[in-house]
Design a protein. Sequence first.
Length: 432
Amino acid sequence: HRKYPAFKPVGLTDRTWPDQVISEAPRWCSVDLRDGNQALIEPMSVNQKKQMFDLLVEVGFKEIEVGFPSASQPDFDFVRYLIEENRIPDDVTVQVLTQARPELIARTYEALKGVRRAIVHVYNSTSVVQREKVFKTDKAGIVDIAVRGAKEVKKHADLAPETEWVFQYSPESFTGTEVDFAAEVCSAVVNVWQPTKDKPCIINLPATVEMATPNVFADQIELFCRQVENREAIIISLHTHNDRGCGVAAAELGLMAGADRIEGTLLGNGERTGNMDIITMAMNMYSQGVDPKLDFSDMDKICTVSKACTQIEVHPRHPYAGDLVFTAFSGSHQDAIKKCLDLYQEGSFWEIAYLPIDPRDLGRTYQDVIRVNSQSGKGGVAYVLQSKFGFELPRWLQIEFSRVVQKEAETSGQEISPDRIWSLFQETYLSN
Ligand code: KIV
Ligand code: ZN
């Protein structure tokens, strides 16, 4: 079975310009252990964090925000554990968050002592509301906080040259900030850090609160990229939340608008309505024939570990991950799926009606795909008999027997299991 889908573009062949398609994977950064964790009713224990970290590495993340060590002792201890126990693979870089305050930055570097490579992620809030109501300061005051933070970050890094440091700055509440002012603050930070094309810094633009339609966010990103100084020495990162339910769409459009990197979480855990869901965005790419460079081929394991760490159930209709997302109950869908599957040849383009990708690419099987209830028709019943019990029915019998199954489903109001379908078939046709 192929690991990567053959994709036959339909109606997309002339849409190859970069601002209208995503043609390669961005740099991904998981913030499950920080944004995801800080939003949990019960934050992860050290053991749960270890499990989550191992899962993220297995999925293929090369950048992982592992905590906010200056804000909590468990986060500090977890960072120390990763470093002291040598748990960070050579090709993985850990990232930690800190506010732009000298004592917190100092504590952050304490947590990172001895690390081979790390991203120090410093932030302060820049929006109109935060300026006026929370910090009660003007634009110059906000720039000052950011610049002092950036200098402090650089100062500590200069004192520990044995580590390879990468600097990241977030104008928190970017979506509520005038774009030209966000560009001004970030340019000031970039001027302190003096990145180069070979040694870039990261500017992370958060939709801390999703406030507008995704196209507006994309416009903000495009404009920011034009206005910020030294763009070629900056990795533009996006960090969208899902307040309007469009976190993935905003990240996708933001990427097409010029960003390079995406922060998010597995299954969208995170503050309030969550962070953008990396599984959905990565699998959207996969379904379009773009290698997402993340491996979700064991989706059941991902869901199990995620639930064990977050105590949050996966919604049965969660894109790509939910139990019901490759299941068809309705008769016409089942019929179409069956016809396409019958014609499908291993290794050819995946052209199956109603199934955007091959469920086997997520470690699921065809057998789970078709389920039967009172909405189902002959196609589903026939498929179950054929795939589970090796019984191929002629069309007239499909029609006749599906009425028997439908009657039972309507009377009970319940799903009819494959075993029950088989016993109904035996009772109806094979007894005596
Ligand atoms: O949502 C947000 O703004 C954040 C920042 C700290 C990056 O999580
Ligand atoms: Zn966030």
